[in-house]
Design a protein around this ligand. Structure first.
Ligand code: PMP
Length: 402
């Protein structure tokens, strides 16, 4: 048999990308951020914490201390599950918030985003069904799409998931997991009330489904009573994964999150993490542990929350004049986002093109929907700018929409 050698000049094409790499699109929010990166744009689109409120001095001191005192450890490889000092401090924080947690219940993750990826690797077979809120955090939809999941939206109202509709869907669809951001949700800012949390936990226990409870924003409460994690309600104990992060309370650039999960699932996540990145950067973990030991993170969060409350109020004060008559919006008690809906006939994706010409931006609501999108919705981040800048941004928005 003769093998025909290809001509040296006619190089063969490289094999194609995996189907999933072409099927999953980039994040529309990141695309909008690229378009609106001009410094003159007042950007309500990103989900960026206010950078001037980072405790840069305290974080720098924590890094300096661990690099001076523990350089061999801080710069070395570490265990996949995470640094014991950090896990101990994080377990104490969970326990203080009503969820008894042992350091061994936790894995430190490279942001809570990695927690989502690890869970998808550990739990989802292509074709498995995942239930999400409608609308839902975008990068979670990306993770589930990469895993080949069938994503089914759970009917939601202004308070989040409808537990009765959830139960019907669990029976009909036999999902592997429910993904939820119950407190100050991204994108809507809404919070699931305690009674519904209890009902969601009961549905999961009765029908058999994992709950992935993602809580990056819960600590940023400006008013009202803290609502306990779903993980604390009867039935949820052995089937809830709680994802947490320092991104919104310390700084997102640290890329530090943690997940709390039942033992067998946690072990599967740890193996997935070995394959993903071996471990989260040691120096970041030790610096965070040092920060927690030397500083008062809760006091810092309280001061950030108080600044964010003024920013939310500045946005609420200017919205009526900025949005067309007949628009509606909510008033979140914390977090970073609020959700608005323009009157019939408006399409926020179309409108954005002329809005950015006025040097202001929001994110259209449509990409956040796993089900039928409502083209009249939009997400506004109220924390990145000062109250004065928010006022100016809303004046520009008003001019663009009028
Ligand atoms: N979950 C939700 C709901 C988020 O809004 C974000 C950040 N935008 C993340 C997870 C990821 O956060 P990180 O990886 O920075 O912890």
């Amino acid at each position: 048999m003769t093998v025909t050698e290809p001509h040296a000049t006619a190089a063969a094409p490289t094999p194609p990308l995996a189907a999933r790499a072409t099927a999953v699109g980039g994040s529309p929010v990141r695309d909008i951020l690229a378009v609106t990166a001009r410094p003159e744009v007042i950007n309500f689109a990103g989900g960026l914490p206010a950078p001037e409120l980072f405790d840069a001095e305290g974080i720098a001191a924590a890094y300096a201390a661990v690099l001076a005192e523990l350089p061999a450890q801080a710069l070395q490889y570490a265990t996949t599950e995470g640094e014991p000092t950090l896990r101990t401090a994080l377990a104490e924080r969970n326990t203080a918030r009503g969820l008894v947690t042992d350091p061994d219940d936790l894995i430190v993750t490279t942001g809570s985003q990695q927690g989502l990826s690890l869970l998808a690797t550990a739990l989802i077979e292509p074709g498995d069904t995942v239930l999400v809120e409608d609308p839902c955090y975008l990068a979670a939809l990306q993770v589930f799409a990469f895993a080949g999941a069938r994503v089914v939206p759970v009917p939601c109202d202004d308070h989040g998931i409808d537990p009765d509709a959830l139960e019907q869907l669990v029976v009909a669809e036999q999902p592997k997991l429910l993904y939820t951001v119950p407190t100050f949700q991204n994108p809507t800012g809404r919070t699931l009330p305690a009674a519904r949390r209890a009902a969601v936990a009961a549905v999961a226990a009765r029908r058999g489904v994992w709950i992935v409870e993602d809580d990056p924003y819960g600590e940023l409460r400006f008013e009202g009573e803290r609502v306990p994690w779903i993980a604390t309600y009867p039935g949820a104990e052995d089937r809830t994964v709680l994802l947490s992060t320092f991104s919104k309370v310390m700084a997102p650039g640290l890329r530090l999150g943690w997940l709390r999960a039942p033992a067998a699932l946690r072990r599967a996540c740890a193996v997935a993490k070995q394959a993903a990145d071996l471990h989260t950067p040691t120096v970041n973990q030790l610096a965070a542990a040092r920060y927690l030991a030397d500083r008062d993170l809760d006091a810092h969060v309280a001061s950030v929350a108080s600044a964010y409350r003024s920013r939310r109020d500045a946005m609420l004060a200017g919205l009526a004049a900025a949005l067309p008559e007949g628009s509606t919006w909510n008033r979140p008690e914390g977090g970073m986002f609020l959700w608005a809906r323009l009157p019939a006939g408006h399409d926020t994706t179309e409108l954005l093109k002329s809005v950015v010409k006025h040097d202001v931006a929001y994110v259209p609501g449509a990409p956040f929907y796993a089900g039928v999108a409502d083209p009249r919705t939009l997400r506004l981040c109220f924390v990145t700018q000062t109250p004065e800048e928010i006022g100016e941004g809303l004046r520009r928005l008003g001019a663009a929409l009028s």
